[in-house]
Design a protein around this ligand. Structure first.
Ligand SMILES: [Zn+2]
Length: 364
């Protein structure tokens, strides 16, 4: 059994917008949402504390996320922003959700802010894995800002770091800093200044959602640690119709910068036409493993591939590979990797070791 680190979950967004309580089991949450519009809007949840425990998911990168009102097409009411002030407010509400969750349930969720926190947390989990404790350790949360519009101006980065943010992905759609998904474009002047402030603060840069051009620019420019928290390899996605994923040359550049890439087990990001090609039954974990293997083959080693599920980030159990019922089933990736020729040490790196290294080297 391996420990798992998942580098992308929109936990706060779901707490705020859907009232989800992740101290409960995923199955309880699903039951409580029968006869509500929530499953149709965001899918049936994949997340819950008992399932984190069952899968030995020791740590997640919990996002701060809020979208621009101009792209909010759903009839389900969610928080969104039209101005920098509103964005700041909305991202602050996300942060408050993590503070409240970890304050009220310190036995279940814990913020990881420093290398010291990390080392203590990881040791507790390793001991638990060796000899299961009666009271299992809490799930660790590292705060990742997805879309930098919560940062009203680059100088404000420092404040967000004081408040607990440890990684920033400047893009979601395009914004004042950078071209992004569906809204391509380069890094802007403000974007370069943002990266300078981030580097001064020792933040990890997340290039997921950046447009191809801005991702390459950021990889060239950023002196600090670069990762992709939730991106797949474009080369393997059948019928790809978006700039959302990474071209091989970008993956190679990320590898050259000693970055790590979290692979997403979301069917549309494995085969864009999956619904017309047999649906969920036709998509298996071997496609996730193929994504992991692609990164490992480009690198010639297993130091750069990891998991970034994006679970509950706009999709649910209906849209993930057929073997996955909840986050607990990430453990099923290990035997698939063995089938592909990976050894135990490789698997430990992919499931947690690579993210652990990035965090050990970069947390304050
Ligand atoms: Zn995302």
């Amino acid at each position: 059994m391996n420990l798992i680190i998942d580098s992308h979950e929109d936990v706060a967004w779901n707490i705020i917008n859907l009232g989800r309580d992740y101290t409960h089991s995923a199955l309880d949450t699903r039951n409580s949402e029968i006869n509500t519009p929530k499953p149709a809007f965001n899918g049936n949840t994949l997340l819950g504390w008992p399932e984190y425990q069952a899968g030995h998911v020791a740590m997640i990168f919990g996002t701060l996320f809020c979208g621009p009102r101009r792209l909010e097409k759903s009839t389900y009411p969610v928080e969104a922003y039209s101005t920098p002030e509103e964005a700041h407010h909305c991202y602050s509400r996300n942060l408050d959700a993590y503070l409240k969750l970890t304050d009220e349930h310190p036995d279940k969720f814990r913020l990881i802010l420093s290398a010291a926190d990390l080392s203590q947390h990881w040791q507790q989990w390793e001991e638990h894995l060796a000899t299961p404790a009666e009271v299992p350790p809490p799930v660790g949360i590292i705060i990742l800002m997805e879309g930098a519009e919560g940062v009203r101006e680059p100088a404000e980065v420092e404040r967000w770091v004081e408040w607990g943010v440890r990684l920033i992905g400047p893009a979601w759609a395009g914004n004042q800093y950078v071209g992004g998904t569906r809204e391509p474009g380069p890094l802007t002047q403000a974007g370069y200044t943002l990266l300078e402030r981030m580097a001064e603060c020792g933040l990890i840069l997340d290039i997921s959602h950046m447009d191809h051009e801005s991702a390459r620019q950021a990889l060239d420019f950023y002196p600090g640690q670069v990762i992709a928290s939730h991106s797949n390899a474009e080369a393997l996605i059948r019928d790809i119709n978006t700039n959302r994923h990474l071209k091989d040359e970008t993956i190679q550049q990320l590898i050259d910068r000693d970055g790590v890439m979290g692979i997403i087990p979301f069917n549309s990001f494995l085969d864009a036409g999956w619904k017309d090609r047999g649906g969920r039954d036709a998509i298996g974990l071997e496609m996730v493993v193929a994504q992991i293997d692609h990164v490992c083959q480009l690198a010639g080693n297993t130091r750069h591939a990891a998991l970034g599920t994006d679970f509950d980030g706009g999709f649910g159990v209906e849209s993930v590979p057929r073997e996955i019922e909840t986050i607990a089933d990430l453990t099923k990736i290990a035997p698939q990797l063995i089938k592909k020729g990976y050894n135990q040490e490789d698997i430990a790196q992919i499931l947690s070791g690579n993210w652990l290294r990035i965090l050990q080297e970069n947390l304050p």
